[in-house]
Design a protein around this ligand. Structure first.
Ligand code: BGC
Length: 723
């Protein structure tokens, strides 16, 4: 990561794309495997049979020219004689990143999870895949599926929250969208990269049941429904063995149990050996050939890595490339791709739509929102509001970072967006950056309404020390922190103006000691390029908020599921998952701890009624859950109806678990009958295989995990479902 970071810096300082054009892919001899009438597997087998040992070895590791080859994070050079195109790899989960420029800074994954809208996430994936292809990228290093076991995780913003079902289906939709552009998607970081603290040395010790039911299940859904071409193994160890040389993780679980037929690449520098890694199931070393270059060739020659294993590695890579279309439609050629501006108006509009849909209205007493009336004075307060938009406002730090000013087309700051939107109402907007509390108080006192923007600084490479609000910003390389005491700022503004709205630009839960003293709180996350326009739409009511939390917001640090140092950050190199299944809301429910804002929570400017629950067994073992959802308020809006299952108490499962959801848009007074079908796995737990324990299962339908509106039961017989 250090080397990578240094090179990245170099690259950003001196944009590259100068070290050689991409090689034309022309065959000396006919490449029979270019016949698209053959299956991807046949084509890969044919090509494999034509490859020499050296050519195979070249295919299984990056060539080390990280960031040098047109700003790519990884690169495997083309082999013109064999019609193999360059394989170019780049981040990441919030837009095309690393050394690229002129791309769309999309909202962070945690925001997109908060839309609970897989159709929208698929459109995001499609846009990301399109931008990737046009920037010359063949493998997109996204999505990130690590579950939010520890909300202080510096990469919390980069993934989809705490629930495996929501994470898995969101990821699957994104993968499908990316791959429809002939760009391979990568499910990462397999597995349990749940903290950045000591990520290169920590062993995440997790029992099989917890693994299967939580993070394993997220990956399983993403792999089976999304079919990504690649999976990235993580930096950390799992149960004492490096994730990238862990036969149980890579071969037994991933390739055999989950049936993954693509290839496993290591995270950048996460390969630690040649023979153990290759034999454990690692298929590609990134970003260079330290272990899978000359040493792997030697190991194959002396038989410590069987040739059949090397062939399997290459076959998996080629098959994924054929299946997704990298051979038939390789990414746009360099150097033009490197220079291309891919932030199309359609994509910036999509970035805005995503941000509007993922913004969560946490609290709205009065209701004070939306902002109505003409000729108001609005005080906009806080550094994250602008005027230029601090980098962190739109995204987090590390490999998923979209470069700073000068590289991206623009970012609309909240101050710009609110000022612009306020003009239509004849509103006057004043700004105080909050660095001097007295100035903020003066502005708030003189205003009709005060909008306070606060943020947290999250980035790859380090965790937050606590959930206390700590402003600042993170770039690709480092986080810098602001001296402003944001809790004090909010409390002071709230004391000066009872009409205070707090807007959070955070990538994760934060503590809100002032929550009772402000009438409204909005979680806007890291909203990307259209930040200010999106938040203005929601605050002024042009868009009715419908986002729901993908993660629990606790009342205090002491309420977190990971309380002991053994659990987090770990002792003697081990972080022990002794909380078992009680991650996120599962913990709060099981232990009777009231959260500040529950998993699934999110208000609207309208209201919704739930009625008429019917739960029925279908032939084949599925269960249908049907109910009527009605918009009982005065405005059009969308509700995310959530279906949880409570297993019989003897099962040892948490009280309720999300097993289905549906986002429904309704006009005022309109009703819709909603059906969510649960498959047998919705009722199963893991004990060496998936089992339905049998008994009476509770079906809970609601507006959040703590706002259950309808409840029914279904009796099921004991049954073994298999792996
Ligand atoms: C990150 C990955 C990323 C890779 C390549 C690593 O530091 O953990 O998520 O894809 O770098 O940039």
């Amino acid at each position: 990561m250090r080397l990578k970071s240094a090179l990245a810096l170099l690259c950003l300082a001196v944009p590259v794309g100068f070290l050689g054009a991409s090689r034309p892919v022309t065959a000396a001899a006919p490449c029979t495997w270019m016949d698209t009438a053959k299956t991807p597997d046949q084509r890969a087998q044919e090509l494999l049979a034509a490859m020499s040992l050296d050519e195979k070895i070249t295919m299984v590791h990056g060539n080390g020219d990280i960031f040098v080859y047109y700003g790519m994070a990884g690169h495997i050079p083309a082999n013109a004689a064999l019609c193999i195109p360059d394989l170019t790899l780049n981040d990441g989960p919030a837009g095309v990143g690393d050394g690229q420029t002129n791309q769309t800074a999309f909202p962070s994954p945690i925001l997109r999870a908060a839309t609970w809208d897989t159709a929208l996430e698929r459109r995001f994936g499609d846009a990301l895949g399109w931008e990737s292809w046009h920037k010359g990228v063949g493998v997109m290093l996204a999505p990130n599926l690590n579950l939010a076991r520890v909300p202080m995780n510096g990469r919390n913003f980069e993934a989809f929250g705490e629930d495996p079902y929501l994470s898995g289906w969101t990821a699957a939709a994104e993968i499908q969208g990316i791959q429809q552009n002939n760009v391979i998607a990568t499910a990462k970081h397999y597995a349990e990269n749940s903290q950045e603290t000591n990520r290169n040395t920590i062993s995440e010790d997790v029992d099989p049941r917890t693994f299967h039911e939580l993070e394993g299940q997220a990956f399983e859904i993403a792999l089976k429904q999304g079919k990504p071409g690649s999976v990235m193994c993580a930096y950390n160890l799992v149960n004492g063995a490096w994730a990238c040389e862990n036969p149980e993780l890579l071969t037994t679980l991933l390739k055999q149990e989950y049936g993954f037929d693509g290839f496993v690449m290591s995270d950048w520098g996460a390969t630690h050996s040649t023979v153990p890694s290759a034999n454990a199931g690692l298929d590609m070393e990134m970003f260079d050939g330290t272990y899978f270059g000359v040493p792997l060739k030697q190991a194959v020659q002396d038989g410590t890595v069987p040739l059949s294993r090397l062939n399997d590695m290459v076959l998996r890579i080629l098959r994924a490339m054929f299946r997704v279309g990298v051979f038939d439609r390789p990414p746009a050629p360099e150097p033009d791709a490197y220079a291309a501006d891919v932030a199309t108006p359609a994509h910036t509009a999509l970035a805005r739509e995503l941000a509007e849909q993922g913004t969560v209205l946490l609290k709205n007493d009065g209701p004070i929102l939306p902002l109505t009336g003409l000729g108001k004075t609005i005080a906009v307060i806080g550094q994250p509001a602008g005027p230029d938009g601090a980098p962190l406002v739109y995204g987090g730090g590390g490999s998923s970072h979209i470069p700073e000013a000068g590289f991206y087309p623009y970012v609309v700051s909240p101050l710009q967006g609110i000022t612009q939107r306020g003009l239509a109402n004849g509103d006057k907007v004043v700004y105080a950056d909050g660095s001097v509390t007295a100035d903020a108080v003066t502005a708030a006192t003189a205003a009709d309404v005060a909008l306070v923007f606060v943020n947290d600084a999250e980035g790859e490479g380090s965790d937050r020390s606590s959930l206390k609000l700590q402003g600042g910003s993170c770039s690709l390389l480092v986080c810098t922190y602001s001296p402003v005491d944001q809790d004090n700022l909010v409390a002071s503004v709230a004391a000066a103006n009872p009409r205070t709205v707090v807007v959070l630009n955070t990538g994760a839960p934060v503590l809100m000691p002032w929550a009772d003293r402000v009438p409204a709180i909005v979680e806007a996350w890291y909203p990307g390029i259209e930040d200010g326009n999106a938040i203005a739409s929601v605050l002024f009511g042009d868009v009715n908020p419908s986002g729901k939390l993908p993660q629990t917001f606790p009342k205090s640090q002491a309420d977190l599921p990971t309380q002991t140092p053994e659990q987090y950050p770990g002792v003697d190199g081990h972080a022990v998952y002794s909380e078992g299944l009680e991650v996120g809301y599962r913990w709060y429910d099981a232990n009777g701890v009231a959260p500040l804002f529950a998993f699934g929570h999110g208000l609207s400017y309208t209201t919704f009624g739930y009625s008429g629950l019917s739960v029925k067994k279908l032939t084949g073992g599925n269960v249908s859950v049907t109910f009527t959802l009605k918009n009982t308020g005065m405005r059009a809006g969308a509700e995310v109806a959530q279906v949880y299952v409570g297993d019989p108490p003897a099962s040892g499962e948490p009280p309720k678990q999300l097993k289905g959801y549906r986002k429904v848009f309704l006009q005022p007074g309109q009703s819709s009958q909603v059906t969510v079908t649960l498959d047998p796995r919705a009722f199963a737990y893991w004990n060496n295989s998936w089992l339905i324990g049998g008994g009476t299962y509770t079906i809970l339908v609601g507006s959040s995990s703590r706002d259950i509106r309808l409840q029914g039961t279904i009796g099921l017989a004991k049954k073994t479902l298999g792996p």
